[in-house]
Design a protein around this ligand. Structure first.
Ligand SMILES: C[S@@+](CC[C@H](N)C(=O)[O-])C[C@H]1O[C@@H](n2cnc3c(N)ncnc32)[C@H](O)[C@@H]1O
Length: 309
């Protein structure tokens, strides 16, 4: 293929690879992913964070549609403050639908955090930056969000390893489609196995990493992570809660189709399709991952850090 690659930068204010999709489509994909994440991890706020009822302030950074925060607001007392932040407001919920103690504002987590937010929060939650952050940016983000957390407060980070994506059972195009996510992550300067280094970033920035629970209470049995990974939870592709398998794979397929279209439009070089054959690639991928076919997964990871002080 000729080297006619255009820069991969769909939105100069964000490096997120699928934010060129119409908001409605992206909202559905993120909210479906949220539901499956919660089903598989068994919580919105991890039980390792004590005494949820007495939390005073919680932030959700890179909040997207704000679904995590708005659902949490229904579980916590109305005295808790819940603030969502994102680099763009395009997916923020309609303010008229929110409880009075919930708000959403713009914030670029790559830039210094305004002083008014310093040590404001008992808990900061982050989810889904694996396709956003470049390898060298993770440490700076941890440093920034650490500033937002009160001494003794918590950082709860949920993520997926794009490089862990696999098709089960593996078939030709489903496996190639599964490889696209890690490939794009790397091409854009990210680390397809970024989850593995989150615990180190937390430890390097004054957090104690919380060990995995000794007993899981989700009603099914993903293998508990070993303590040396630093993960609190790790749901691998082959241990997904059975009732979520179908929806997760379909959601992945929808996201993948968007990414393949993007790659074709921007002539992104790759070994699987050209701009001319991208449509056929998507068609075959959807056939192989359709009813009764291969299922596509990536691992879900939860890391929790307690800030010193
Ligand atoms: C995969 S979405 C995750 C959304 C949400 N956390 C969830 O799990 O549903 C990534 C989000 O990161 C946001 N984002 C990208 N770059 C950012 C930045 N520098 N600062 C804050 N948010 C950013 C995007 O706008 C997008 O909403």
């Amino acid at each position: 293929m000729e080297n006619t690659t255009k820069p991969v930068a769909p939105n100069p204010r964000s490096t997120y690879v699928v934010d060129f999709e119409p908001p409605e489509k992206e909202r559905i994909r993120l909210n479906t992913q949220h539901d499956i994440f919660v089903e598989n991890t068994g919580h919105l706020l991890p039980p390792a964070i004590p005494d949820h009822e007495s939390l005073i302030a919680i932030a959700d950074v890179a909040t997207g549609t704000g679904i995590w925060l708005t659902q949490l607001s229904e579980l916590l007392p109305s005295t808790a403050t819940l603030d969502g932040f994102d680099i763009t407001d395009r997916l923020f919920p309609d303010p008229s639908t929110l409880r009075q103690n919930v708000s959403f504002s713009l914030l670029n987590v790559l830039e210094p955090i305004p002083e008014i937010l310093h040590e404001k929060y008992d808990v900061v939650h982050i989810r889904g930056l694996c396709l956003v952050l470049k390898t060298g940016e993770w440490d700076g983000v941890v440093k920034n969000v650490a500033k937002m957390i009160k001494p003794g407060g918590y950082l709860a980070w949920n993520e997926t390893n794009p490089g862990s994506t696999q098709a089960i059972p593996p078939t030709k195009i489903a496996s190639q489609g599964a490889a696209v996510l890690g490939y794009m992550c790397k091409l854009r300067g990210g680390d397809p196995f970024c989850c593995n280094s989150i615990p180190t970033h937390l430890r390097n920035n004054g957090f104690t990493v919380i060990s995995p629970p000794t007993q899981l209470t989700m009603g099914y049995a993903p293998t508990p992570p070993t303590v040396d990974t630093g993960f609190y939870l790790h749901v691998t592709g082959n241990t997904f809660k059975p009732s979520t398998v179908e929806a997760w794979s379909r959601n992945y397929a929808s996201g993948l189709c968007s990414i393949v279209s993007y790659m074709a439009q921007h002539n992104v070089p790759n070994e699987w399709f050209t701009p001319e054959t991208a449509g056929e690639f998507i068609k075959e991928f959807l056939e192989e991952t359709g009813e009764g076919g291969s299922r596509v997964f990536f691992d879900l990871v939860c890391v929790i850090g307690k800030k010193g002080g």
